[in-house]
Write a protein that binds this ligand. Structure first.
Ligand SMILES: [Cu+2]
Length: 134
């Protein structure tokens, strides 16, 4: 009985470490631009957060199919991020504030996507727009 408890306690932090390592590994590989990526990849679409209020400075954006990175500079003291969803894609960027830049990378195909802030309540408050991919 005593041994079992010891194992449970020892295993818990190990799981956390493994999960953290796996997460970091996948995000760093997704961020690098390898030569195997299709032509037209590496597009960066800038969608800054407005100076105040729950909105981005644009409500529409366009991109070509392939790997895209949305980046959003946030001048506010309120934390925001840039995220994308639609057509099988659901990726969330890092939360930033005070001039930080949030980025999110996704592989998209022609169609319509939503870019938004994933902080609870912010999308509903107006932090969203339409990304059209051709
Ligand atoms: Cu937000």
């Amino acid at each position: 009985m005593r041994m079992r408890r010891m194992w449970a306690l020892a295993a818990a932090p190990l799981v956390v470490v493994v999960l953290a390592a796996g997460c970091g590994g996948s995000s760093s590989s997704g961020g690098s631009s390898g030569s195997s990526l299709p032509k037209g990849s590496g597009q960066v679409i800038s969608i800054p957060v407005s100076d105040s209020g729950f909105s981005f400075t644009k409500t529409t954006a366009t991109a070509k199919a392939g790997v895209i990175t949305l980046e959003s500079k946030n001048p506010q003291s309120v934390s925001h991020d840039i995220s994308i969803k639609g057509t099988g894609v659901s990726e969330q960027g890092n939360e930033v504030s005070n001039g930080g830049t949030s980025t999110v990378t996704a592989t998209v195909t022609p169609g319509t996507y939503i870019f938004y802030c994933s902080v609870p309540g912010h999308e509903q408050a107006g932090m969203k727009g339409v990304l059209t991919v051709s």
